[in-house]
Design a protein around this ligand. Structure first.
Ligand code: SF4
Length: 262
């Protein structure tokens, strides 16, 4: 039996256990190996190991909000307020972002500062290992992708991610939030009820030769820099040479590709 057929039967087994509504056509679509997805233009940005370097000293409240708004607008992320949180990029307190690094004498400024967080596009992503349908997978350039069409809503990936980088659509955004608001980006699909979503490192923008939206939004401050870690001349490598930078929860061995200059 060839590999793809074995994989198909494995997925079929999972679906009959818990997801009776998926058609065999859907299942066949799931079996394809998850590669880049977006068609690359001749200007596409191509890298071997994409990374972000976030300089927390350059991120004030306004800059932070700019980055969040840019991402959520470009990706049609609904804003349900306190009712339910769908987030691709957000802020959290130091003690949650860098647990184990806090101490009793931490400067008040650091303790109170909102730190910008997003998917870490880990080199060793646990979310991809636990997904039963390969709805989330890692591209060769390190981007951890998410295909909502293959997502069966089991939320194993949410349990597997130690950074809380994923959100689940408990409601149907199409019939709730987007019924009352115009999606800001007509070229990016809105999601459905029962699927997980998260930062895709702007894979669709890279394919079109554009840098990630959050990076673009704060470009003048250089608070977030994007680049290829495998390129020794890249700006991200230069920054990491020149500044002390840390990553979130390195002890877990997921090898995050988002670095923080602190
Ligand atoms: S890289 Fe793109 S998808 Fe990820 S947080 Fe930034 S803008 Fe959002």
């Amino acid at each position: 039996m060839d590999r793809s057929r074995r994989r198909f039967l494995k997925i079929l087994g999972i679906s009959t256990l818990g997801v009776g509504t998926i058609s065999s056509v859907d299942l066949l679509a799931m079996v394809g190996k998850g590669e880049p997805v977006y068609n690359r233009t001749p200007d596409a940005l191509v890298g071997k190991r994409w990374a972000l370097v976030v300089d927390v000293n350059k991120l004030d409240e306004e800059t932070t909000q700019k980055a969040i708004e840019a991402c959520h607008q470009v990706h049609n992320v609904p804003d349900y307020g306190d009712e339910e949180e769908i987030k691709w990029i957000w802020t959290d307190k130091y003690e949650h972002v860098f647990p184990g690094q806090e101490h009793a004498y931490l400067a008040e400024e650091i303790e109170e500062k909102p730190f910008l967080v997003l998917c870490n596009h880990c080199a060793n992503p646990p979310c991809c290992r636990v997904c039963p349908t390969q709805a989330t997978w890692q591209r060769e350039d390190g981007i951890v992708m998410m295909d909502q069409h293959r997502c069966i809503g089991c939320r194993y990936c949410m349990a597997g991610c130690p950074f809380g980088a994923r959100s689940f659509n408990w409601k149907d955004p199409k019939t709730t939030y987007w019924k009352e608001h115009e999606p800001p980006n007509p070229t990016y699909p809105v999601r459905s009820k029962g699927v997980v979503e998260k930062c895709n490192l702007c894979a669709e923008r890279l394919a079109a030769g554009q840098i990630p939206a959050c990076v673009e939004a704060v470009k003048d401050t250089k608070a977030i820099v994007f680049g290829d870690l495998e390129d020794p001349n890249s700006e991200v490598r230069e920054l990491l040479q020149e500044h002390f930078a840390i990553r979130r929860k390195p002890e877990l061995g997921t090898n995050p590709n988002v670095y923080y200059i602190v």
